[in-house]
Design a protein around this ligand. Structure first.
Ligand SMILES: *Cc1c(COP(=O)(O)O)cnc(C)c1O
Length: 310
């Protein structure tokens, strides 16, 4: 077997996440059953939902003879962290276009990324805003020849294809969930899941403020895959807790309490917001007694090293 074939075969071994029942008092009181899909426990450095989002992108780059992968993110980006790890593991160069100042290169996320060989390029906000602009992408192609460009958060059609594999038939048969609940950043993970399971109800909880625009982003991603328009997905916009990368007293307290109660660590950017909002929705009576819910722990724990101490 060639090296490429070996690496592609490795990427094809989809890790299977376990589902942990979450017996929180709020859920018991409301008679809803919640299982937490532990994507945080899979895939070494390429963990959480980023395994699925990058899998087919990495295979594509290898099979088409690209020398490197270039992508975009913030200074604590789980996506760039995972990409740097994977590039190092499979022998692809990586370039990260990062929103912010070069000092950010010293933070834990980017220190790892640089150690794994990622070339970190820092750009100001105006430049970062061009990340979907064809002319800008063309200029990056010229600066970094032979690169496969992956959008921010990894969310392209190859990522959607990978996200379809987050759930599997066994999980769905065992749980028969009335809803699958997940945190949304770019919406790629939700789009991939809904494209694969159009009859399954998905509830996305965006972790950014004023995220109504994600409805269009997700629909556009689904249109690109020829998705049925009557698919069962929706967003709840009440889970931003101060906005992207921001936190509140309530959220911090919840993370600590959840860790004490369950022994499970949540990340401060995505999964803590998703679960706290889910608890609020359960308490608001949004789920009938007897409902079964699967919540996705999409990982992201490396980002907790960037949480400011109080
Ligand atoms: C990237 C990420 C998400 C968001 O995924 P999208 O596909 O961008 O919506 C959710 N949770 C964690 C932990 C992540 O790292």
């Amino acid at each position: 077997m060639t090296d490429t074939a070996k690496v592609c075969a490795w990427l094809d071994q989809v890790p299977v996440a376990t589902v942990d029942p979450l017996n929180l008092p709020e859920f018991i009181r409301a008679e809803v059953e919640v299982g937490l899909v532990r994507l945080d426990q899979i895939g070494e450095g390429l963990s959480g939902n980023k395994w699925y989002k990058l899998k087919y992108n990495l295979q594509f780059a290898l099979q088409h003879g690209y020398r490197r992968i270039l992508s975009f993110g913030g200074a604590y980006s789980n996506h760039l962290h995972a990409l740097a790890w994977a590039g190092n593991r499979i022998g692809l160069e990586t370039v990260g276009i990062i929103r912010g100042e070069p000092e950010y290169g010293q933070n834990p996320t980017l220190t790892d990324a640089r150690r794994w060989g990622m070339q970190c390029v820092f750009v100001d906000r105006q430049t970062y805003r061009l990340r979907h602009d064809p002319e800008y992408l063309k200029s990056l192609q010229a600066l970094y020849p032979d690169c496969w460009i992956v959008p921010e958060g990894g969310s392209n059609t190859l990522a959607l294809q990978g996200c379809a594999e987050i759930l599997n038939q066994n999980m769905l048969r065992d749980w028969q969930p009335d809803a699958v609940v997940l945190a949304c950043g770019t919406g790629g993970t939700l789009a991939g899941l809904s494209a694969a399971y159009p009859d399954q109800r998905f509830l996305g909880i965006p972790v950014l403020q004023n995220a109504g625009f994600l409805n269009n982003t997700i629909q556009a991603l689904l249109d690109s895959r020829g998705q049925r328009t009557d698919a069962e997905w929706a967003l709840d916009l009440g889970g931003a807790f101060g906005g992207y990368g921001k936190t509140t007293e309530e959220l911090r307290a919840f993370m600590t309490e959840f860790q004490c109660l369950t022994g499970i660590t949540l990340d401060g950017i995505y999964t803590s917001k998703m679960l706290l909002r889910l608890i609020q929705l359960v308490e608001l009576g949004r789920f009938q007694p007897g409902s079964k819910i699967l919540a996705l722990h999409t990982g992201g724990l490396q980002g907790n090293r960037g949480l400011k101490p109080r």
